[in-house]
Write a protein that binds this ligand. Structure first.
Ligand SMILES: NC(=O)c1ccc[n+]([C@@H]2O[C@H](COP(=O)([O-])OP(=O)(O)OC[C@H]3O[C@@H](n4cnc5c(N)ncnc54)[C@H](O)[C@@H]3O)[C@@H](O)[C@H]2O)c1
Length: 415
């Protein structure tokens, strides 16, 4: 053995963590091998604003293998793995991120990356894009990539208002991203975050999941699998019916507030649980947010209502209300899976980040034909990522016979 994890410094620990993640990202490894040969990103500078995790590091190394010059900053003040940031710096990738950084530092770091004059921008939540549009409107950018639902919503609003300045690929909207990352990644890792912070038993708890989109589906499904009684709150009737047919009760936040033990938001919306809900919650209730921004829980209202607050465990803060009830907030109401755990497992980021790498290559190849709009990654690339993932997982696909192709392509058959 070369070294022991207990004996090495921060960057060494980061290296090991990145190595561990890379082993679980076979599709990205295949893309990296091809990039190393073909250098499709040679001559391009990339500025990335993403969660600084071991999986992101693996993506950064893939982009560098493709010939790009890369600089990285955090897309959330609480999601940086400091050992990974140190390893990236040691490897020569400028990385501006410290876990727990202030809002000022967060934006200073975004500007530091933008000072490298990137041709391509990789964003997660559209904060870097917003700075480019509000404060650096003269800076030329070839195109962008967006990782998450909230970022895509912001970009589409910019395109609708005709203010978007360059084409962006909504990587989130690829099937190989949102059907797996948002569902299985957020589902498992959000519960992981709550468990690490609280060590509660999910079996027998009433878990209230706000929002039954891809992330909410994942969280609710995993919580049910762990023996929880799951309650869903929704504003969309179709999603509410879907939750009901998965066996969850659907009710208003106000009704759920009275009976829930654990509350998890995954809506992309603001103040989903607020003063009127905190008024009703049981003593000992735990609240957490899995949505992109830390606005889903109204923690300013909770702070105003509280007579005292203290950090009771790592990533778990207790707010005591005047009547003695305690409400516990996980990871300051920031993305619970990244704040209190390690984010999505590498196995699922393999597909999301393969989509990112292929999106960059596609955008460069097609830049002259693209407009300042939000694009989806072409289906062939999405399917290619799925095909490689299936192969890596040991599955194989059925191939249609000529007869079957003819049958599905004709309308003349019947009973
Ligand atoms: N934690 C993570 O690692 C992670 C990963 C992927 C996405 N996200 C973020 O999670 C959020 C949700 O993503 P998604 O892909 O599930 O989005 P989605 O649009 O598929 O689902 C959001 C759901 O919330 C519902 N909703 C909106 N306002 C509501 C309210 N006030 N009360 C109850 N329900 C409400 C919507 O009707 C919708 O069904 C986004 O902010 C996204 O960026 C986080």
């Amino acid at each position: 053995m070369d070294y022991d994890v207990a004996d090495i410094g921060l960057a060494g620990k980061g290296d090991l963590r990145i190595e561990w993640a890379s082993r679980r990202m076979p599709v990205l490894a295949a893309i990296r091998a091809r990039f190393e040969k073909d250098k499709p990103l040679a001559g391009y500078r990339i500025g990335a604003c993403m969660h600084v995790t071991s999986e992101t590091a693996t993506l950064m190394y893939t982009l560098v293998a493709g010939g790009a010059e890369v600089a990285l900053c955090a897309s959330n003040p609480l999601s940086t793995q400091d050992d990974v940031a140190a390893a990236l710096v040691k490897a020569g990738i400028p990385t501006y991120a410290v876990r727990g950084e202030s809002a000022d530092d967060f934006y200073r770091h975004i500007n530091a990356v933008l000072d490298t004059q990137p041709h391509l921008v990789f964003d997660d939540g559209a904060d870097m894009t917003t700075v480019l549009h509000k404060e650096r409107s003269e800076q030329a950018v070839l195109g962008g990539m967006e990782e998450t639902t909230t970022g895509v919503i912001r970009l589409k609003a910019m395109a609708d208002e005709d203010v978007l300045r360059y084409p962006v690929v909504a990587v989130n909207d690829s099937d190989t991203k949102h059907l797996f990352d948002n569902r299985h990644g957020t589902g498992q890792s959000s519960l992981d975050g709550i468990l690490r912070a609280s060590n509660i038993l999910f079996a027998g708890k009433r878990v209230v999941v706000a929002g039954f989109g891809d992330c909410g589906w994942g969280i609710a499904t995993r919580a049910k699998g762990m023996g929880a009684d799951v309650i869903v709150t929704e504003i969309d009737p179709v999603r509410a019916v879907a939750a009901t047919m998965e066996g969850h009760r659907v009710m208003t936040g106000e009704e759920a507030a009275e009976i829930g033990d654990v509350f998890i938001t995954a809506t992309g919306n603001i103040h989903v649980f607020r003063a009127e809900h905190f008024e009703k919650m049981k003593d000992g209730a735990i609240i957490a947010n899995a949505g992109h921004f830390d606005v889903e829980l109204d923690l300013i209202a909770l702070d105003e209502m509280a007579v005292s607050r203290r950090v009771i465990r790592d990533n778990l803060e207790e707010f005591v209300l005047p009547d003695g009830r305690a409400i516990h907030v996980v990871a300051d109401g920031r993305l619970v899976n990244l704040g209190a755990a390690e984010g999505h497992p590498a196995d699922v980021m393999d597909m999301s980040f393969s989509d990112q790498a292929l999106a960059a290559e596609w955008l460069i190849e097609n830049a002259t034909n693209l407009h300042a709009q939000v694009y989806k990654l072409p289906d062939e690339l999405d399917n290619e990522v799925a095909r490689l993932k299936l192969e890596a997982m040991g599955g194989s696909l059925e191939v249609m016979t000529p007869e079957q192709i003819g049958y599905l392509g004709s309308w003349e058959h019947g009973t």
